[in-house]
Design a protein around this ligand. Structure first.
Ligand SMILES: Nc1ncnc2c1ncn2[C@@H]1O[C@H](COP(=O)(O)OP(=O)(O)OP(=O)(O)O)[C@@H](O)[C@H]1O
Length: 259
């Protein structure tokens, strides 16, 4: 049994201005095995966030099912940690308290929270910054705090919605290397939303290429590239060319005609 099973999922949104519904997702089928790193890739508005939100339990399909660990997702849960584009940290709390925030909610004593936070602060490379406040850190460091916060709950699945979208290129590349290391170390399963082909190919064990309006999975590609990934290699560029072709509207048109 796959860890995440998305079966025949459709999602319609009401659009009162136009008087007809927007088809955000149309018959989407995806299976994610334990320990996979799936990148959801596609143009703006193709339904990537909608799909991620359904796995998180923030949104629900109009038809079809989303299951995690064999159970239909009905609400958010501790088995799924979410990292957004903005880290959404509590500015009045130091790093370690932000990382241990969920534990505070469960009433865990301070000493336990501090100790458990440290493991994940170390994992994301922030040792020495435990008592800093979010405003004293860079954007990349704040994202690391967000990742540490998600990891602390020991979730089976980490869901990431363009977490590095706001970072400069160099920091983004550093974060990619860091995330791959964390993914391996924590043996988690990651679903990562991006609109960047390079980012998807730098990270994923699989890339689901989506098409816009209505959002569909064009192709689910297993990525057979050594790590660390060489973004200048011929094989990397072969994948890139293939994905670019899939994303071109004319190829979409041809595929529809052939169907
Ligand atoms: N709450 C909502 N109400 C109405 N329409 C919505 C709602 N949420 C999403 N949509 C529509 O559904 C489609 C998919 O949106 P979604 O945000 O999932 O796309 P996306 O691929 O994540 O886009 P981006 O990369 O720009 O974040 C879009 O056409 C969007 O306008």
């Amino acid at each position: 049994m796959a860890l995440i099973e998305i079966e025949r999922v459709c999602r319609l949104f009401e659009d009162p201005k136009r008087g007809k519904p927007v088809i955000a997702l149309d018959n989407v089928n995806v299976r994610v095995e334990r320990n996979e790193f799936l990148c959801l890739l596609g143009p703006s508005g193709c339904g990537k966030s909608t799909l991620l939100n359904m796995i998180a339990g923030f949104d629900h399909p109009s038809s079809g099912t989303v299951k995690v660990g064999g159970h239909v997702v009905s609400e958010p849960g501790a088995d799924r940690g979410v990292v957004f584009q903005q880290a959404n940290l509590m500015p009045w709390l130091p790093v370690w308290e932000n990382v241990a925030f969920h534990l505070k909610m469960t009433g865990a004593p301070k000493a336990e929270r501090r100790e458990r936070a440290q493991k994940f602060i170390d994992m994301v490379g922030l040792r020495g910054f435990e008592n800093h406040y979010p405003s004293e850190l860079s954007g990349g460091m704040n994202q690391r705090v967000g990742i540490a916060r998600a990891l602390l709950m020991n979730p089976e699945v980490i869901l990431m919605d363009e977490p590095f979208g706001a970072l400069d290129e160099q920091t983004k590349m550093d974060m990619h290397a860091e995330l791959v290391r964390i993914w391996r170390e924590s043996q988690s399963t990651i679903v990562f939303v991006t609109h960047s082909i390079e980012e998807a190919l730098a990270l994923g064990t699989h890339v689901a290429v989506m098409s816009a309006r209505p959002g569909r999975i064009r192709e689910l590609l297993p990525i057979d590239l050594d790590r660390p990934r060489d973004t200048t290699s011929a094989q990397f560029n072969d994948y890139k060319r293939h994905i670019l072709h899939l994303l071109r509207p004319e190829s979409e048109h041809r595929l529809e005609q052939a169907a």
